[in-house]
Design a protein around this ligand. Structure first.
Ligand code: NAG
Ligand code: NAG
Ligand code: NAG
Ligand code: NAG
Ligand code: NAG
Length: 658
């Protein structure tokens, strides 16, 4: 009897034990997906057994146990997946996708990351977002409860000789990723699919997930593209919390390829070029003869004027690489003063004491190099007190060029607006107005006062630099045009920085002076409001200010730092904010020209001292502020248009649950 009872007890305990094991052990390997494998949210689909996320999420169909019941012990796990990501056709790339653990399934469209724990994730990011302190536009990062990565690194892998091989995320290639967590330590490794797993992880971090994980979590992929179109494909996925060799079950051969043709436009161009070359050569021969003839005459004239031939042909100066190497102490890390879209920027000091900023840019194709030369030979001649001067250039190695600019002692404008660790460095209201005025006159020069119309295409606070006398100078002009030359030489390539891109660019890809005005409008708002155009968990700056205007609370948009320190002229602040909104107007035709903006600032100076006159001054601008041609669109329309272009859904879900 007793024996029977003991046996029964033993059986019960065994069953309980097995059940426990069964519920906590998770093992799966998907070589291709079925709809029963994962739950899909928002824009995510399974097509030909491939999981495709545009702007959406896919989670393993049930929660998995991540902690031992009623204990702080986090179960180890090992996961691996194969992915490819690529922008749609030649459009501006989206943001990122992330592998993550989330506590709740959530309603993808109504989630707010600032108030929600989203758990743990590994992001694959092809956009550089200053707010999230992204290192560049091609990186992998480990995130815990925030999009500001705990640890991140350029995408790639460590080869056998400890040499780093960079991988381009956004080119449609298939890559395999391994993520292992055990005993408070996480490793992330990636490599082109088919390669054996590199020994050294790309990222390795100590991480106690005990507080981050609930007992059970959902696990899967989330992609965020804003309104831009980008495809993220997951071709296979394995996961286990018991078997660290689970990834060996993934099939890595014979997978479909999503690689983009390297030069989609040249292909057709090559064809056309072939047809045209024959005819052209005749024309060229004639031109050369004419050219030589003219040049002879020109040279005679120039020699008389004391000018050097090369100075005109290769302006600005070609510098010596060794000299620059010396000036920047062999491009040492301690000389890095900034990281731009094209690469690092170094401070250099020449033997005579001349300080410069040195930027290196790489181009793969010879086409790119040729265009680079054409570009700097014209941009080098742009001279204006509100533009950063280009001093020269030089060749570094094959496909890589160096640009040398005047050094700007006081750094970039964004540091003087947003980074408040040293309050004395923040600009006051008057200084901010001066900066906005100076930037406006720099942009006007580019648009109208030079021999050709130049679009800046990337007006933003981090591209505005302050010289020794705190004068604002716009940098990086025209460089935006050189982005991605290798890929798309056409004019429809969208360049710029998210949050500053005019809505019509997203739609048509076409930049114009009006799209620069839009960027300038966003700059005005960020400088006066002390807020970045896109911030986690908040509506986009432009939407937010419009909303305040609509509610009659425009003045509350002003940077609190200014409000608390200064006795502001409310009327002036109000008008400047209106100007910002007008420049960032949804309808390009409602935006003023830069000439109108500069005129307004000039006149403002005259009237600023006298409050009464100030009123008269604003009254002088009915054509901008009160005329029939300028009326605020219905708020619903603003919401629609701007939100989609400025991706207000930023404040919605990214990674988190519920
Ligand atoms: C965990 O704790 C809860 C409440 O404290 C209790 O009801 C439950 O039985 C515990 N589970 C286990 C497996 O100990
Ligand atoms: C998610 O929220 C949006 C907006 O509130 C709503 O339209 C949609 O129906 C919700 N979806 C689900 C699945 O609850
Ligand atoms: C992470 O990598 C390091 C170095 O290769 C290794 O010692 C460690 O065991 C790894 N940790 C996990 C969880 O795989
Ligand atoms: C993680 O943190 C919990 C408490 O928050 C602690 O009990 C546990 O020992 C920690 N684990 C490791 C590996 O440090
Ligand atoms: C671990 O997974 C691999 C790949 O699926 C498999 O070959 C192996 O048998 C598994 N090991 C255990 C102990 O289950």
């Amino acid at each position: 009897m007793n024996n029977q009872r003991n046996q029964l007890l033993l059986l019960l305990t065994t069953i309980l034990y097995i059940r426990n094991q069964l519920t906590s052990a998770v093992d799966f390997t998907f070589n291709g997906f079925d709809s029963s494998d994962v739950s899909l949210f928002h824009n995510s689909i399974i097509e030909s057994r491939i999981l495709t996320l545009t702007d959406g999420r896919a989670l393993y169909s049930s929660r998995i146990r991540t902690k031992q019941p009623n204990s702080s012990f986090v179960l180890p796990f090992s996961t691996s997946f194969i992915f490819a990501m690529a922008p749609y056709e030649d459009r501006f790339p989206g943001y990122f996708f992330v592998f993550s653990f989330v506590p709740h399934i959530g309603n993808y469209t109504t989630m707010n990351p600032s108030t929600q724990k989203f758990g743990f994730g590994v992001e694959f990011d092809v956009s550089e977002n200053e707010e999230f302190r992204d290192i560049n536009d091609n990186h992998v990062g480990i995130d815990v409860n925030s999009l500001i990565s705990l640890s991140s690194y350029e995408a790639g892998y460590w080869g056998n000789e400890n040499s780093f091989e960079r991988l381009r995320l956004n080119n449609g290639r298939n890559y395999q990723v391994w993520i292992d967590y055990d005993n408070g330590n996480v490793n992330v490794t990636m490599a082109p699919v088919g390669m054996i797993r590199p020994n050294r992880p790309l990222l390795s971090a100590s991480l106690n997930l005990s507080e981050v994980f609930e007992d059970e979590m959902y696990v899967g992929f989330t992609a965020y593209t804003g309104t831009l179109i980008q495809n993220h494909k997951i071709l296979g996925w394995s996961f286990s919390n018991t078997n660290f060799s689970i990834s060996e079950g993934l099939i890595t051969t014979g997978l479909p390829s999503f690689e983009l043709p390297t030069t989609p436009i040249y292909r057709s161009r090559g064809f056309i070029a072939g047809m045209v070359v024959g005819g052209l050569s005749v024309v060229i021969i004639c031109s050369v003869i004419t050219f030589l003839f003219i040049r002879r005459n020109k040279r005679i004239r120039k020699e008389r004027e004391g000018m050097e031939d090369w100075e005109l042909e290769f302006w600005p100066h070609r510098l010596n690489y060794q000299e620059i190497d010396l000036a920047t102490k062999n491009f040492s890390e301690e000389n890095v003063i900034g990281i731009g879209g094209n690469g690092k920027v170094y401070k250099g000091v020449f033997p005579g004491g001349l300080e410069v900023a040195v930027k290196s840019i790489s181009h793969q194709s010879s086409e790119g190099v040729r265009e680079f030369l054409a570009e700097i030979s014209s941009l080098g001649r742009l001279k204006h007190r509100n533009l950063v001067g280009l001093r020269g250039w030089c060749k570094k190695e094959k496909g890589s060029r160096i640009l040398v600019y005047d050094y700007m002692e006081n750094g970039s404008l964004d540091k003087r607006i947003f980074e408040s660790d040293d309050e004395s460095k923040l600009l006051n209201f008057e200084e901010r107005i001066k900066v906005l005025k100076q930037v406006a006159s720099g942009v006007l020069y580019l648009h109208e006062e030079w021999e050709a119309k130049v679009l800046h295409r990337d007006i933003k606070s981090s591209n505005v630099l302050l010289d020794k006398e705190m004068n604002a100078r716009l940098g990086d002009f025209g460089l935006a045009r050189m982005h991605n030359h290798d890929k798309v030489a056409g004019t429809t390539q969208v360049v710029g920085t998210k949050g500053y891109i005019a809505p019509e660019i997203v739609a048509s890809g076409r930049a114009s002076t009006k799209t620069d005005v839009f960027g300038y409008g966003v700059l005005v708002l960020e400088v006066i409001c002390g807020r970045r155009p896109i911030e986690e968990g908040k509506p986009p700056l432009v939407d937010w200010v419009w909303e305040l205007l609509r509610k009659g609370e425009l003045i509350t948009a002003v940077d609190e730092q200014l409000m608390s320190r200064e006795n502001l002229d409310v009327e002036q602040v109000d008008r400047v904010l209106n100007l910002g909104l007008l420049c960032a107007h949804l309808d390009p035709n409602a935006r003023p020209t830069m000439r109108q903006v500069v005129r307004l600032f000039d006149d403002m100076d005259v009237y600023l001292l006298d409050k009464k006159k100030n009123r008269e001054f604003w009254a002088m601008y009915p054509q901008i502020f009160n005329s029939g041609s300028y009326s605020y669109p219905a708020f619903e329309d603003i919401g629609k248009g701007l939100s989609t272009s400025m991706s207000s859904s930023w404040s919605d879900s990214v990674l988190e649950g519920r």
